[in-house]
Design a protein around this ligand. Structure first.
Ligand code: ZN
Length: 134
């Protein structure tokens, strides 16, 4: 079961500039900055009530974020839903006909195990499933 929106990922060109912009918008500072080397991204997180906003900047030109910005420009990149049991949900959604981008869980930012669903099976929306690491 998908429980709630855990965070919304936004692709940005320059993390420092965007941290300043979103600080003005939200009236508060981001609470962490974290690089995920395996994904070629640097991220920052803002907490708004129960939902987080994740800003993502590419750290190399092969990263998915660099390719996304090249094609579509800055903007909403993915929506992440919280799940209790990632392996179970991946299996369930695969049975339902959704295409998983990664076939086994991988490490995401902010202490999560994650999996992405391909946008071609989800009406064009890149969906991330995330489970808090225990
Ligand atoms: Zn994310």
């Amino acid at each position: 079961m998908l429980k709630k929106i855990e965070h919304i990922g936004i692709a940005v060109k320059n993390l420092n500039n965007s941290n300043e912009l979103f600080k003005k918008l939200f009236g508060k500072e981001h609470y962490k900055v974290e690089a995920v080397a395996s994904e070629g991204v640097s991220t920052s997180f803002f907490m708004l009530g129960e939902t987080k906003i994740e800003l993502l900047e590419a750290t190399n030109e092969d990263s998915a974020i660099a390719k996304f910005i090249e094609k579509k420009g800055e903007g909403i990149h993915h929506i992440a839903y919280e799940v209790d049991n990632l392996d179970e949900e991946m299996e369930r959604l695969k049975q339902e006909g959704f295409e998983l981008i990664n076939q086994s869980p991988k490490d995401g930012a902010d202490n999560k195990r994650i999996c992405f669903l391909h946008p071609k099976t989800t009406n064009g929306v890149l969906i991330e499933l995330c489970e808090e690491k225990k």
